[in-house]
Ligand binder design. Structure first.
Ligand SMILES: *Cc1c(COP(=O)(O)O)cnc(C)c1O
Length: 238
């Protein structure tokens, strides 16, 4: 068994353990394998271990990797092909390749990005799944919409014909303290509930990374984005 498949198994076990501890159904917690900085061979290794959803942060790296993985898995059925999620910062002049190559975008934080993604989404691919990234810890340097502006942005996004709003995403300020981690995730979960009370049908709460996954699951995450716990330490800082 490869190291990546052992790591994946350990992550699935950790998800199940947190789900049990916090009275959640583990089948309601999806695992996104964040493959940034790792190569197509590592993605295929994880694919052979059953992983299908992969997350990328950098556009050119992601687009190149998607093409390379497609070649490596050319003999496999369409229903078994990887599903690619874009989770990195988005420049408004770089939306087209995102709309053309990814199935999900977790990092939409302004109307301009959303409307360009909708315009540029190829029709035959069906709607692009969208999470709004929220700046939940209020750090100046982080991307994400301010919590007070989430409702207005959600109202704009649901008007766009080629997007499908699925929920919210956040990358809270790093903390070793599980109490602090949970406070940030709880704020995101409460924002999601407020949107649902306004009539938005949302099924995805994208929160939790390698270092704060149990806290995210405790607060209702339905999709954890896990990189280093699956693929190992990254060799450049991101
Ligand atoms: C890198 C990254 C992850 C994964 O981080 P790990 O700590 O390696 O699990 C998740 N989400 C986003 C937005 C990232 O940039």
């Amino acid at each position: 068994m490869s190291l990546i498949s052992q790591n994946l198994q350990a992550v699935h076990e950790a998800i199940a353990l947190s789900a049990m501890r916090y009275d959640r159904n583990p089948t309601e917690i999806a695992l996104l394998a964040v493959s940034k900085t790792f190569g197509p061979e590592q993605v295929v290794d994880a694919w052979h271990a059953g992983q299908r959803a992969f997350g990328e942060n950098y556009l050119q790296e992601g687009v190149d990797k998607i093409a390379a993985v497609k070649c490596l898995l050319a003999d496999q059925a369409a229903s078994e092909q990887p599903v690619w999620h874009f989770i990195g910062p988005i420049q408004s002049n770089k939306t087209r390749p995102i709309a053309e190559h990814f199935s999900w975008v977790h990092s939409v934080d302004r109307e301009k990005i959303a409307s360009r993604l909708s315009e540029q989404r190829p029709h035959e691919l069906g709607p692009l799944n969208i999470c709004l990234q929220v700046n939940i810890s209020g750090e100046n340097s982080k991307s994400g919409v301010h919590p007070d502006e989430v409702l207005a942005l959600a109202k704009q996004v649901v008007q766009l014909p080629n997007l499908r709003l699925r929920g919210l995403m956040s990358v809270p300020e790093a903390s070793d303290d599980e109490v602090v981690q949970r406070q940030a995730f709880r704020r995101l979960a409460e924002l999601q509930q407020q949107l649902q009370l306004q009539g938005f049908v949302l099924d995805t709460l994208s929160m939790g990374m390698s270092a704060d996954m149990p806290a995210a699951i405790a607060e209702g995450s339905t999709l954890v984005r896990i990189g280093s716990a699956i693929f190992g330490k990254r060799h450049y800082a991101v």
